[in-house]
Ligand binder design. Structure first.
Ligand SMILES: [Zn+2]
Length: 326
């Protein structure tokens, strides 16, 4: 490898509300990071300028002026081969934005693009809780449910790069309508938005409960439900338990299909701990075949909010190693 290839790589995580940039060594050490608002309402040009400024700031903090490669991850579907964000559900007017070619030119280095959940899966597999596993599934459970699939040590992208949408696995074809247009997706039961939706009904039925009192002062989010549960609201606790159980129904199907060694779960709902993950494990065991259940470990991710940005850096390292044409 030439000297340039030994340089650190950059990873940029484009989120709906914030941009997180990291400069990472080939061994996975984070040398510097920068975080700033996305300002998505300003449109793609402004967001791209924010992303550029963010990575440049991280480079300055790390004391370097060149990178071996840049990786970028974006929410929603990406055209991995062309490096184009086809659409970003939470960013208005994002259609066919050629992020990888733009950043390749800007930073004078190869640039690779990946979907955010796939990036997190790669990072947890390479540097986090999934280290050493050959077959690993990653699920992120926050406002929505996303996922990534590692088979034989490599990210499984599918025929068109759309694999891993575990949040849109149908668990009840007659269930509530999902944001994707279909009915009864896992995301409609196990996500933060699902908990918030059920909490609105709970509040209406029990106006004197703790959660109802809290909801008069703050927006009724999954985080508020978690807080109420921790403070002893039994109804709120049951909502978290139910969402966890429903996640487990999805996990059971995934275990039967993939027979993974490890399922790594990240995202804000993991902060609810056993209230969420206990029922998830219980349902997963019920729904999966005995042998597959015996061989799987369900663990919480180690990389937290950095997982996607680090995964973007992992994709950049793969680009340096020639796994990518860009
Ligand atoms: Zn859906």
């Amino acid at each position: 490898m030439s000297g340039r290839n030994q340089l650190p790589v950059g990873g940029i995580d484009l989120g709906a509300t914030k941009i997180l940039s990291v400069v990472v060594s080939h061994a996975g050490d984070v040398l510097a990071e920068d975080i700033r608002p996305t300002e998505g309402v300003e449109g793609p040009d402004a967001v791209i300028a924010n992303m550029t400024a963010s990575l440049r700031q991280a480079m300055a903090s790390a004391g370097i002026d060149r990178l071996a490669a840049v990786g970028v991850d974006a929410p929603g579907p990406v055209d991995y081969e062309r490096g184009v964000v086809t659409e970003a559900p939470n960013l208005p007017v994002w259609h066919d934005v050629p992020l990888a070619p733009l950043f390749s030119k800007e930073f004078g280095a190869p640039c690779a693009l990946e979907n955010d959940a796939n990036a997190s899966a790669l990072a947890e597999h390479r540097w986090g809780a999934g280290r050493g596993s050959r077959h690993m599934l990653f699920l992120t459970v926050s406002s929505g449910v996303g996922g990534g699939i590692i088979v034989d040590g490599a990210l499984y992208r599918g025929a068109s790069g759309a694999a891993g949408e575990v949040g849109h696995m149908t668990i009840n074809a007659r269930g509530p309508r999902c944001g994707c247009g279909r009915r009864g997706c896992l995301e409609m039961y196990a996500s933060g938005l699902a908990i918030a939706r059920r909490a609105r009904r709970l509040v209406a039925r029990h106006p004197d409960s703790l959660i109802a009192m809290l909801a008069r002062e703050q927006p009724l989010t999954a985080k508020l439900v978690q807080q109420a549960a921790e403070d002893g609201d039994d109804g709120a606790e049951e909502l978290i338990n139910a969402a966890g159980y429903d996640l487990g129904i999805g996990l059971g199907s995934l275990i039967n299909i993939f027979n993974p060694q490890m399922i790594v779960i990240g995202g804000s709902l993991t902060k609810a701990g056993d209230s969420y993950l206990g029922p998830a494990r219980e349902a997963a065991q019920r729904e999966s075949f005995e042998q597959a259940w015996q061989d799987v470990r369900i663990v919480v991710g180690e990389l937290g909010d950095r997982s996607a940005a680090m995964g973007a850096a992992a994709v950049a390292i793969d680009a340096v190693r020639g796994h990518l044409a860009t």
